[in-house]
Design a protein around this ligand. Structure first.
Ligand SMILES: *Cc1c(COP(=O)(O)O)cnc(C)c1O
Length: 230
């Protein structure tokens, strides 16, 4: 079995090569290791290999892992990348560092109210339904500017809007993969031109991280290529 450490090295190599191909600095992309369905021991192994940012899809599973890895808490950044229901916002506001899938104002308002004052501000991204699929969660692109303005107006000592996140429809062809990533980048540029100080494009997974980086991803969310098949 290939170790988590060597899989991490492989993924970092892919990121470095994609950054070179895009003419970007390699430290302009943060690797988020998506540990959903894998145990705290797998996260511990990745941490030992130098990984610091971890993504979880399911609130309860993420909370259990954060608890199990309390001894490493100060060194880790925990990102909730899956959907968030309003009855779970308090636990998330108290435990996570980032929430990537904000798709309505009410969730962001609750996170702002419930973020403990002694913690740094919770970092937020809006999830955009960039491929326009009926089944996918996320805000329609046309509704993003109004939601972004409203979220950015919440108390910044509690929540900070950082940018946009998307899960594009899978495509095998690298050129086809780039199109939705480019659309998300263009949407971020529109918000920036409108005066919002945003710096994060959370896009790119195991199968399309190169396409995402070519289109400006600043955070790639990689599960399978690090931890194996789920
Ligand atoms: C599972 C998941 C990932 C990681 O996907 P892989 O294809 O395993 O790299 C990234 N983002 C989200 C939102 C996910 O749910």
């Amino acid at each position: 079995m290939v170790s988590i450490g060597s899989k991490l090295q492989e993924v970092k190599g892919r990121i470095v090569r994609a950054c070179a191909a895009a003419g970007r600095a390699e430290n302009s992309v943060t690797l988020l290791a998506v540990s959903k369905t894998f145990g705290a021991d797998a996260v511990r192994a990745a941490h030992a290999a130098g990984q610091r940012h971890f993504g979880e899809n399911y609130v309860q599973e993420g909370l259990a892992k954060i608890e199990a890895l309390a001894d490493l808490r100060a060194q880790l950044q925990w990102h909730l990348i899956g959907p968030l229901q309003s009855n779970k916002t308090r636990a998330v506001a108290e435990a996570f560092d980032w929430v990537h899938a904000v798709d309505r104002l009410k969730i962001a308002q609750r996170l702002a109210e419930q973020r403990p004052a002694w913690l740094p501000p919770l970092q937020l991204c809006l999830q955009v339904n960039i491929s326009g699929e009926d089944s996918k969660s996320g805000v329609a692109p046309a509704d993003v500017p109004a939601l972004a303005a409203a979220v950015a107006a919440l108390p910044r000592e509690r929540v900070q809007l950082r940018g946009l996140m998307a899960i594009p429809e899978p495509a095998a062809d690298p050129q086809a993969q780039r199109q939705p990533h480019r659309a998300l980048r263009d949407l971020l540029a529109t918000l920036q031109a409108g005066g919002l100080a945003l710096d994060t494009l959370s896009m790119g997974m195991s199968a399309d991280l190169e396409a995402a980086i070519l289109e400006g991803a600043t955070m790639v969310r990689i599960g399978t290529a690090i931890f194996g098949q789920r």
